[in-house]
Design a protein around this ligand. Structure first.
Ligand code: AMP
Length: 213
């Protein structure tokens, strides 16, 4: 099964993606994580992406297509994948659709809750997990004890720009999928386990449908 998880920055896509990967055996492909890795490694793509990410803007489609095209060919994608962070604009839909998408999980969250969530979010340098600031004792990851940090684009100023970019460029992607019958809308204002219970239920239905085709 090939899936997309979509929602505004801070809607909980990364957290829910971990549960989906665990239960449905798909490979997690996060374009944001791939770009951060490229920045860390100082690659040409990373250098190009760094400034745009810091400004809350989208990275060029060519960079995304190049990274994604190589990633989906890897062995761990044979049982399907979960795209997280892509498609992020209308041009990226075409590219993703050519890969064959069965279901799109849309996490709908209130923007005020997002600003609160992201300004108190810490990311682990080692496992890449994200956590609430108050759960990170002595700046350490509650899961693997790696050092946690605040992403440069998780400041209030950049978050507001990212939400503007989302509204202008990514919300139309959600609208597009509403008319395809592939979209499942999940209430992301609920506790994490309840959000996942709803996703799990929707994906089991999608799995059944995919088997019948
Ligand atoms: P994320 O971790 O998904 O919130 O992504 C962090 C940042 O990476 C975004 O704010 C964008 O600047 C960039 N980015 C990630 N995925 C894409 C994409 N599919 N298209 C363009 N830019 C992206």
């Amino acid at each position: 099964m090939n899936l997309i998880i979509i929602g505004a920055p801070g809607s909980g896509k990364g957290t829910q993606a971990e549960f989906i990967v665990r239960d449905f055996g798909v490979c997690h492909i996060s374009t944001g994580n791939m770009l951060r890795e490229a920045i860390k490694n100082g690659t040409k793509e990373g250098k190009e992406a760094e400034k745009l990410i810091a400004e809350g803007k989208l990275v060029g489609d060519d960079v995304i297509f190049n990274m994604l095209g190589k990633r989906v060919l890897q062995d761990d994608c044979k049982n399907g994948f979960l795209l997280d962070g892509v498609p992020r604009n209308l041009a990226q839909i075409d590219y993703c659709e050519k890969l064959g998408i069965d279901c799109v999980v849309y996490i709908d969250v209130d923007f005020n809750a997002i600003i609160k969530r992201l300004t108190s979010r810490k990311t682990c340098r080692d496992c890449g997990g994200t956590f609430i600031d108050s759960d990170c004792i002595d700046n350490r990851c509650p899961k693997c004890h790696g050092e946690v940090y605040q992403r440069a684009d998780d400041t209030k100023e950049v978050i507001e720009k990212r939400l503007k970019t989302y509204t202008e460029q990514t919300a139309p992607v959600v609208d597009y999928y509403k008319n395809t019958g592939k979209l499942v809308k999940i209430n992301g204002n609920q506790p994490i386990d309840k959000v996942y219970a709803d996703i799990n239920c929707a994906l089991k239905d999608a799995q059944e449908k995919a088997k019948q085709c």
